[in-house]
Design a protein around this ligand. Structure first.
Ligand SMILES: *[C@@H]1O[C@H](CO)[C@@H](O)[C@H](O)[C@H]1NC(C)=O
Ligand SMILES: *[C@@H]1O[C@H](CO)[C@@H](O)[C@H](O)[C@H]1NC(C)=O
Ligand SMILES: *[C@@H]1O[C@H](CO)[C@@H](O)[C@H](O)[C@H]1NC(C)=O
Ligand SMILES: *[C@@H]1O[C@H](CO)[C@@H](O)[C@H](O)[C@H]1NC(C)=O
Length: 477
């Protein structure tokens, strides 16, 4: 008997192994943001997504160039509406109709774009926004939903609102005590009722990294999926990671609102690689390995043991993002700004030690850096460039004073597209062909951006502003 049982167990293991190998993560996509000084050509990005077998993307707008690159790709797309459009969409149904016509209907042709969701706003109820979008978000959502319905699109796509997990909370970190944040509770209840009545999904962004960043007593292992840390028992379930606990806090909050079965999409989840001591490629690799394995198993969370649908954040580093939330903001990419991978990640969830496929066909600017000779313009260069990798715990935090200034000068120079005027700093800087990288601190060379007119004028406009400020500095002295 015992022998047979053992054999059965072994057989079970074999079957399990085969199943695991055969499994493939289908429920995930990636966020493709574009707040970069040198955005990659969208055609190249789409090709790279396909080579990595990524079939879903989430956008933050409906940029026509990106949309046209996605046309005919079959890629499932979540199109975004930026927060600054919410007011006009809320005010006037005609504006919502126009938005849908120009940004949705135009792509609903043969070989068009496979649009599955429309994200109305992006984390509009974040407390940092001081309630700026509290009045406009829901009316905008209703107008967009109505316009999609009238245009006959609601059979294939649904509107939703990506919220930060900050819209709900729980006492003592117990998911079962979850409820919506008091200052947004009523509006959230109204929204989820509308979602329920119209079969729309709830979208939430969950960031285990931020739990760790914001709380120095946070148990590090609880941010990951390896089950090495403590387990928190709650209402008959056991939680060994903060992602599950956070997700189930939302499930409880929805349950309390009388809603049992609303579809939940995780709009963003990921790990940054620079700008903080816990933001490293090594920890990002660990986080994603755990997440992808988890997704491949299709086990869901303790309270919702069903398939998860998630969008990783994000595809590429974005060097023009606001660093108000922290210096790591510009380093969320699985790939660097130029489409080269940063760490091992098996998108299939089989846990193989493989590197994602890099972008091909990226062209770089000249291999030259801007180096400091004597100058002290660090603050200026950092303000207009990107010094997030120089801060404590980051890849370039151990440079000496001169290297520090060179790093800052070079980032400014690269972000300005290697314009010679951006490597002067009152004569204190010089363009050099030397690779000034020090250890893991890389001095990057920017790429030839796949830029449209808009982007050229944007970067050029920035340069003029920078030049004027510089002129002001010079005259002041
Ligand atoms: C369509 O989307 C783009 C990009 O987000 C936006 O700039 C434009 O205003 C939208 N069109 C309409 C008619 O609202
Ligand atoms: C929110 O309020 C704080 C403090 O009053 C202020 O510093 C910040 O700029 C405000 N943010 C927005 C988006 O209005
Ligand atoms: C280099 O710059 C960083 C960030 O501004 C600063 O913390 C560090 O002290 C600087 N190092 C030297 C040697 O000046
Ligand atoms: C500069 O050197 C580093 C190694 O220190 C290397 O990783 C990087 O690719 C080099 N950069 C260029 C532009 O060759």
């Amino acid at each position: 008997m015992a022998g047979r049982a053992a054999m059965l167990v072994n057989l079970g293991t074999v079957v399990m192994t085969v199943l695991t190998l055969a499994s493939f993560v289908e429920g995930f996509g990636v966020n493709w943001g574009n707040i970069a000084s040198h955005p990659l050509n969208p055609d190249i990005v789409v090709r790279m997504l396909k080579e990595n077998k990524i079939n879903k993307v989430k956008l933050f707008d409906a940029d026509s160039w990106t949309m046209n690159a996605l046309a005919g790709s079959g890629m499932e797309v979540m199109v975004g509406i930026p927060n600054n459009l919410l007011e006009t969409l809320a005010d006037d149904y005609g504006n919502a109709k126009d938005w849908v016509k120009e940004n949705i209907t135009a792509y609903m042709r043969k070989d068009g774009v496979n649009i599955k969701y429309v994200a109305v706003g992006n984390e509009p109820f974040l407390s940092a926004y001081n309630g700026s979008y509290l009045k406009t978000t829901f009316p905008a959502l209703k107008n967009i939903h109505r316009a999609l319905k009238e245009a006959g699109h609601t059979d294939v796509m649904k509107a939703t609102i990506p919220q930060n997990a900050e819209v709900y909370q729980s006492a003592n970190d117990k998911p079962s005590e979850g409820d919506f944040r008091s200052d947004v509770k009523q509006i959230m209840l109204d929204i989820v009722k509308f979602f329920h009545d119209n079969d729309l999904p709830f979208t939430v962004n969950i960031y285990p990294f931020l739990s760790l960043y914001l709380n120095q007593h946070f148990p590090v292992e609880y941010a990951f999926f390896d089950g090495n840390g403590q387990t928190i028992p709650d209402n008959g379930k056991n939680y060994d990671n903060v992602f599950d606990a956070n997700y189930d806090t939302l499930v409880y909050a929805l349950n309390k609102a009388g809603i049992k079965d609303m579809k939940i999409i995780v709009g963003e989840v990921g790990w940054p690689t620079d700008g903080h001591k816990y933001a490293t490629p090594k920890l990002a690799e660990k986080f994603y390995a755990g997440l992808m394995k988890r997704l491949a198993k299709d086990v869901g969370t303790p309270l919702r043991p069903e398939k998860l649908e998630v969008y990783l954040f994000g595809l590429l580093d974005e060097d023009m993002k606001s660093i108000l939330p922290g210096p790591f903001e510009r380093h969320w990419g699985i790939f660097r700004y130029d489409g080269t991978p940063k760490f091992m990640l098996d998108f299939t969830g089989q846990g193989r030690k493989i590197v994602p496929v890099a972008e091909k066909g990226v062209q770089y600017l000249d291999k030259q850096c801007c180096n400091d000779e004597v100058g002290p313009d660090l603050d200026y260069a950092c303000y207009h460039g990107d010094c997030t990798a120089m801060l404590y715990g980051s890849t370039c935090s151990n440079l000496d004073k001169i290297q520090n200034i060179s790093y800052a000068f070079n980032m400014f120079f690269q972000i300005q597209g290697q314009d010679v005027r951006a490597c002067d700093f009152r004569g204190s800087a010089m363009i050099t062909k030397n690779n000034a990288s020090v250890g893991s601190c890389l001095f990057p060379i920017q790429i030839v951006s796949g830029s449209g007119d808009f982007r050229i004028s944007y970067v050029f406009g920035r340069f003029i502003v920078a030049g004027l400020i510089l002129l002001g500095l010079v005259t002041a002295i």
